[in-house]
Design a protein around this ligand. Structure first.
Ligand code: FAD
Length: 358
């Protein structure tokens, strides 16, 4: 049985560990942070999270391969913490040039995902708010990350995966940390944003994309609206999503490239809440921002990467490493597709090693 060490217990590492274990590998997960922790260095707990496809058609593999799994979990596995919600994507008239210039997959008109996401429909003019050029709706999911991450841990444990808390200085150290002893056959590097600081990797293309959110107890009535822009600044966003199983509603947000600031900014928080009640007045029954019942303010750092996600193999100090990091704002909605590719690469590594031994 091949011995694999996965470094990282965010959504990327846990999904890889689960798929590897299901394919018959003996897996140890080593991580500085585990589900249950809230830390600025650990992105996954801070995500909304929902599925709003944002890749270009060319790079859509990760989301295309992930959607069927998320759909099945929402339909058949209530304890995983996902539920179906209606996504509503609104394209403001003033943002149309920027959408086509930036090739923004989510807000494109006639997007590739119209054939992937169930119940896709373009909104008629009668359903569009003032200033909005066009929009669409489709069935998606919202994931309660506080339930889903521990659920992944439980699924891994049931497959025999072992967990160890440790902070690595160098990625090659992981090869000596397998629970069965000896040298691991391969290491999966799923360290997210911290791939920029991990010895042997030190990826200077990785940078934080700061996301501030407000978690409220109000409910969003099955609707997840998002808007292509707002008048409060280029790095401010509008999105709303209600988490499954009483997880509250996430109001977002911001998308500030290069900022490591871990503390919520109260001025930004007020703007986020104002935009949310303007976009979805039903949140507070028309009572405005005063009607919001705040559970928590939060900040997470998305793992951005120039050139996009890194899923590839490399030998570092004699250790075979498969990288899976740099998922920016789509780590959940691409998680199963990316993990599937990482597992393919691990299997290539293992079979190359077996051939070399013959
Ligand atoms: P992380 O969750 O950061 O995990 C990294 C792991 O590596 C941790 O366990 C850490 O301890 C470990 N590690 C790192 N360095 C070391 C080391 N040296 N030694 C040991 N362990 C180490 N995505 C979506 O798909 N949909 C959404 O709606 C969505 N909304 C978001 C909203 C916000 C506000 C934010 C911040 C993100 C959002 N995202 C969303 C993006 C998503 O959260 C990330 O892409 C994803 O969580 C990245 O997961 P990861 O496992 O790669 O990294």
């Amino acid at each position: 049985m091949p011995k694999i060490v996965v470094v990282g217990a965010g959504v990327s590492g846990l999904t890889c560990a689960l798929l590897l274990a299901k394919q018959g590998h003996a897996v140890t997960v080593v991580a500085k942070h585990m589900p249950g922790d809230y830390d600025i260095e650990y992105t996954s707990p801070w995500a909304g999270a929902n599925m709003l496809p944002m890749a270009s058609e060319k790079d859509s593999r990760w989301e295309r391969r992930t959607w069927p799994v998320l759909q099945r979990l929402a339909a058949e596995v209530p304890e995983a913490g996902l539920h179906f919600q209606t996504a509503r994507v609104l394209r403001r008239a003033v943002d149309l040039d920027a959408i086509s210039r930036l090739g923004d997959g989510l807000f494109e008109r006639n997007p590739w995902y119209r054939t992937l996401m169930p119940n896709y429909r373009e909104l008629p003019a009668s359903e569009l708010p003032a200033g909005v050029h066009s929009g669409c709706e489709f069935t998606s999911v919202c994931i309660n990350t506080a339930v889903y991450l521990p659920w992944l841990v439980g699924q891994c444990a049931a497959q025999g995966v072992r967990f160890q808390r440790a902070t690595l200085k160098h990625v090659a150290e992981a090869a000596a940390m397998h629970h069965l002893g000896g040298k691991a056959d391969a290491v999966v590097n799923a360290t997210g944003l911290l791939a920029c600081r991990l010895g042997g990797v030190m990826d200077s293309k990785v940078y934080p994309i700061r996301g501030q959110i407000v978690l409220v107890r109000n409910e969003a009535a099955g609707l997840m609206p998002t808007v292509s822009g707002c008048d409060d600044g280029e790095d401010e966003l509008i999105y709303i999503m209600q988490r499954a199983l009483g997880g509250g509603t996430i109001l977002g947000g911001t998308y500030t490239k290069g900022s490591w600031e871990p503390n919520p900014d109260p001025n930004i928080a007020v703007r986020i809440m104002k935009r949310a009640v303007e976009t979805l007045p039903e949140l507070t029954g028309g009572k405005g921002i005063e009607g919001l019942n705040v559970a928590r303010h939060g900040v997470g750092l998305r793992p951005g990467r120039e050139g996009g996600v890194r899923i590839e193999k490399e030998v570092i100090d004699g250790v075979s490493v498969v990288h899976n990091y740099g998922h920016a704002g789509w780590g959940y909605q691409g998680s199963w597709g990316c993990a599937e590719r990482a597992v393919e690469l691990v299997e290539e590594v293992v079979s190359e090693q077996a051939k070399a031994k013959l």
